[in-house]
Design a protein around this ligand. Structure first.
Ligand code: TRP
Length: 364
């Protein structure tokens, strides 16, 4: 059996360059590698609603934003099926059965869910749907028999939960219907969790420290020029620190040796630049201008492709609709096999019918 990818994002905002280095770029490479038989990319609107039940309009708006960001990055609807989670009711049905295989305390121990509960002040009143979203995520993954789930490290507990559900299901029902997925983490350390431009925490919409894929050139430049560096690097002649210096963290994530020849030919590579910065005599503005050039080169084509798709929004919705139809068929097939394995297929099971007839033959 070929390898199958499933991954996705919650549509709660436009995607930013942290998403890009952390996952989108890799997805496009995987898509174009030819190594995968099928690729499913899901806009997880139902999961977004587990903590946005009071704000469906936000989710509704961002389904399209995320779709535009995907297409802009090079996700190709001819090679990858892009679909919308809520349009696949089979996923809810699977979740309903999987919930019987998971305990409440197991869900409460999930470290990602735990920290999300804290962040949202849900301690006193957790929505059931929110606590159970790792189970729903197991449905997303298993419905497509995904072998490979490319996601950030914060999703590791979800994949582990999925694997547990798969093992328990297959063992209980003596079947091989469900497939245990592997997580595929980003390969570059600097990309695991890109810091925001304030250097304080992971890039995140709520902290207002993002550079978005849809940001215009001048907005990117202004954000780069305002980036947090080394607060003790006051005069150009001062030695500077690389650790915790956001500009260098971004360079680690984005810059290649070719960029030096093009934009900063006094240096051959990032190591040389770092050495000079640490020694003193290299100003922040020069490094920021270089980073800006690197980011502009990477994101200009993406922004332009986004604008092309923005001219034909009806077509973008059509892509999502057709993708959802394909996804529904695949999920339906798995659901069918799941119900067979659980023997809740009363009307397609001739054996059951004959058994029951036999059972009642003797009864006069
Ligand atoms: N939890 C993921 C996120 O917050 C989104 C998601 C939902 C997902 N279902 C998934 C990711 C299945 C991978 C596989 O970004």
């Amino acid at each position: 059996m070929g390898k199958i990818i499933l991954t996705g994002d919650r549509p709660t905002g436009r995607l930013h360059i942290g998403h890009y280095v952390g996952s989108l770029k890799r997805r496009v490479e995987l898509q174009n590698s030819g190594e995968f038989e099928k690729i499913f990319i899901m806009i997880a609107d139902a999961q977004a609603l587990t903590d946005n039940a009071d704000n469906p309009e936000k989710v509704r708006q961002n389904v399209l934003e995320v779709a535009l960001d995907y297409l802009a990055c090079g996700i190709d609807p001819k090679k990858s099926t892009i679909f919308v989670q809520s349009q696949i009711p089979q996923l809810c049905e699977l979740t309903c059965y999987y919930m019987n295989l998971v305990t409440v305390s197991r869900l409460q121990r999930n470290p990602t869910v735990k920290s999300e509960i804290q962040m949202r002040n849900f301690e006193a009143s957790i929505p059931v749907g929110f606590l159970a979203y790792p189970v729903s995520q197991a449905s997303d993954i298993t419905a497509f028999k995904a072998t490979t789930v490319p996601v950030g490290e914060d999703q590791e507990p979800m994949i582990e939960q999925t694997r547990e559900i798969v093992r328990r299901f297959n063992m209980l029902y003596n079947t091989e219907t469900l497939v245990e997925p592997d997580i595929l983490l980003p390969d570059n350390k600097a990309c695991l969790r890109l810091l925001g431009i304030d250097g304080k925490a992971k890039m995140s919409k709520s902290l207002g420290n993002c550079i978005y894929l849809s940001d215009e050139a001048d907005v990117i430049k202004q954000k780069v020029m305002s980036m947090y560096t080394d607060p003790d690097h006051i005069k150009v002649s001062d030695p500077g620190k690389i650790e915790g210096n956001t500009v260098f963290i971004y360079l680690d994530a984005f810059c290649k040796d070719e960029h030096f020849a093009k934009y900063l030919p006094d240096y051959n590579n990032l190591d040389e630049l770092k050495v000079h910065y640490q020694r003193g005599g290299l100003g922040d503005v020069k490094v920021k201008k270089f980073l800006n050039a690197v980011l502009q080169e990477e994101f200009e084509p993406i922004r332009n492709r986004r604008k092309e798709y923005q001219k034909d929004i009806a077509y973008v919705y059509q892509i999502l609709k057709e993708g959802s139809e394909v996804a529904r068929e695949v999920a339906q097939q798995t659901l069918h096999e799941v119900k067979d394995a659980m023997k809740i297929n009363y009307f397609d099971d001739i054996e059951l019918l004959n058994q029951q007839i036999d059972k009642y033959k003797e009864v006069k």
